[in-house]
Design a protein around this ligand. Structure first.
Ligand code: XIL
Length: 417
C-alpha cells in the first residue's frame, strides 16, 4: 500500500513538473512571462500618450518587464530652462513601471539632439556656430553637465529607488568613421566629456548600471543614413560588405578602444548599448557574426551589452507583403537570439509598442517597424521573438511539443486568452 501511495505521488509530481505554469491554465505565456522566466529585461520605448491609451498600456503590461521613456528623460523635455527641471512626464512613466514591478532604462543624460534652446539653439544639429561655441567655456559646460546628471539621476534614485536600473549616460557619441561626433559637448568640453559624464552619474548613484549607447552596424546605420545626419558613413563603410569583427567597423573599433581605456583606468562603465535600428532592404544584416564579435569583446572587458532600440523598418507608406514581414521577423529573431545566447546580454528593448506609435510613422523614412500592427495584432516578428524566448527559457523545463510551438509562432495571430 505504502509503495502504491509513493508511486502515485511520484506520478503526480512527474506530471506536474512536466506542465508549464502556462499550460496549467490552458494559456500560452505572454512575452513578459517568458522574459521573467529567463531573468531578461524585455522592454518597450513609450511616450506618455502611449501609457495613457488603455489598449497600448495593456500591450505593454502583457509583454514587457522594462520600460524606456522614449523622450521624457531627454535633456530638453526634463531640463527646459537652466534653472528649471520638469520631471512630471518622466515621473508618470517611472511610477507606472514601479506600480507594475517593471524596471526602467534611463535614456539619456548626454546627447546632442533634443537639447533645450538655452543650451544649444541648434538642438544638436551639429552646426554649432562659433558665436554659440563661445557662449560656453569648458568649465561652464562641465558645470551644466554635472548639475544635469546629478539632479536627474538623484531625483530617480531618491524618489523611485531601484526602479531605474540602467542609464544611457552618453548617446551616439561617435560617427560611422569612428571619429567623435562634433556635438556641443565634444566641441566645448573636449574628448574627456564622456569620462566626466560617467563619473558624474556614478557620483549620483553608486548602484545603477552605466551605459554608453551607440549605433552598431556592420554596414550603414539606418538611423543616420535616413536622417542624413552623418556625412561620414558613406565613405567609411560599403553597404554590402559583410564585416564580422569589430576591428573592421570603424565606429565599433572606436567604442571598443574607449571602453578598453575606461576599464583599464577604472572609469565607471557597466555596459554598451547597441541600438539595433534596422531595415529589411539592406542586405542581410544584422549578421549573427557581428553580435558574436560584440558579445566577445564586451565580455573580455567584463562589460554587459544590451540591444536598446530594436526596430526593423519596412518601406514607408507601403503595407508589408507576407515575404517582407517574414524577413522582418527573421531579423528580429537574429537580434533577440544573439542576446539570449550571450552570457553578458540581459536586455532587449523594442523602440515602440506598435507600428501606429512608432516615431517614423510621422517622420516618414520607414514604417511598419515593430512587432505589432496598428490594430494590436501580433506580426510574424512577434512570434519570432516569442519562439526565440520560449526556446531559450522555457522549452527545457516544459513539455510543450516542438510542433506546438512552431504552430504557435507561425500563426498570424495569438490564441485568445
Ligand atoms: C527618437 C524618439 O523615438 C522620437 O520620438 C523623437 O522624435 C526622436 O528620437 N536614437 C535614439 C533615440 O537614441 O533617442 C531616438 O528616439 C531614436 C534614435
Amino acid at each position: 500500500m505504502r509503495q502504491l501511495v509513493q508511486g502515485l505521488i511520484a506520478i503526480l509530481l512527474l506530471s506536474l513538473s512536466s506542465l508549464s505554469y502556462a499550460q496549467c491554465d490552458g494559456l500560452i505565456p505572454d512575452l513578459r512571462e517568458l522574459a521573467d522566466e529567463g531573468d531578461m529585461n524585455l522592454g518597450f520605448a513609450v511616450n506618455n500618450s502611449d501609457i495613457n491609451n488603455p489598449d497600448l498600456l495593456a500591450i505593454l503590461l502583457a509583454n514587457g518587464n522594462m520600460v524606456v521613456p522614449a523622450n521624457a528623460l531627454k535633456f530638453g523635455p526634463i531640463h527646459p530652462e537652466r534653472d528649471v527641471y520638469n520631471f512630471s512626464s518622466a515621473d508618470q512613466i517611472v511610477a507606472l513601471a514601479q506600480a507594475n514591478s517593471m524596471t526602467v532604462r534611463g535614456h539619456t543624460l548626454v546627447w546632442h539632439l533634443q537639447a533645450p534652446a538655452w543650451l544649444d539653439p541648434t538642438s544638436g544639429w551639429l552646426d554649432l556656430t562659433p558665436q554659440w561655441r563661445e557662449r560656453w567655456t569648458r568649465d561652464e559646460l562641465i558645470e551644466v553637465m554635472r548639475d544635469h546628471i546629478h539632479t536627474v539621476v538623484t531625483h530617480y534614485r531618491e524618489n523611485f529607488p531601484g526602479v531605474i536600473t540602467q542609464w544611457d549616460v552618453v548617446n551616439e557619441a561617435f560617427r560611422a568613421d569612428g571619429s567623435r561626433r562634433p556635438t556641443i559637448w565634444q566641441q566645448v568640453i573636449g574628448d574627456d566629456y564622456i569620462e566626466l559624464a560617467l563619473r558624474f552619474a556614478r557620483e549620483a548613484d553608486p548602484d545603477v548600471k552605466l551605459y554608453l549607447n551607440e549605433f552598431y552596424d556592420s554596414s550603414v546605420s539606418l538611423g543616420e543614413f535616413a536622417l542624413g545626419r552623418d556625412p561620414t558613413y558613406e565613405n567609411s563603410l560599403g553597404a554590402s560588405a559583410v564585416r564580422s569583427d569589430c576591428s573592421d567597423v570603424p565606429r565599433c573599433a572606436a567604442v571598443r578602444a574607449l571602453a578598453t581605456d575606461f576599464v583599464q583606468r577604472g572609469v565607471p562603465i557597466d555596459g554598451i548599448g547597441f541600438m539595433g535600428h534596422h531595415f529589411i532592404f539592406n542586405d542581410d544584416w544584422p549578421f549573427p557574426a557581428d553580435y558574436e564579435s560584440l558579445a566577445g569583446w564586451t565580455k573580455s572587458l567584463g562589460l554587459s551589452w544590451a540591444l536598446t532600440e530594436v526596430d526593423v523598418g519596412l518601406r514607408a507608406n507601403v503595407v508589408g507583403t507576407p515575404e517582407q514581414e517574414r524577413d522582418q521577423g527573421l531579423r528580429f529573431r537574429k537580434m533577440v537570439r544573439a542576446c539570449t545566447r550571450a552570457e553578458n546580454c540581459d536586455t532587449v528593448v523594442f523602440w515602440a509598442l506598435t507600428d501606429a506609435v512608432h516615431w517614423q510613422r510621422d517622420q516618414g523614412f520607414w514604417d511598419g517597424a515593430t512587432l505589432i500592427r496598428d490594430n494590436g495584432e501580433p506580426k510574424p516578428a512577434y512570434w519570432n521573438v516569442y519562439g526565440t524566448l520560449y526556446r531559450a527559457f522555457l522549452s527545457s523545463t516544459t513539455s510543450v511539443p516542438d510542433q506546438g510551438l512552431s504552430a504557435i509562432y507561425n500563426e498570424a495571430s495569438k490564441p485568445t486568452k
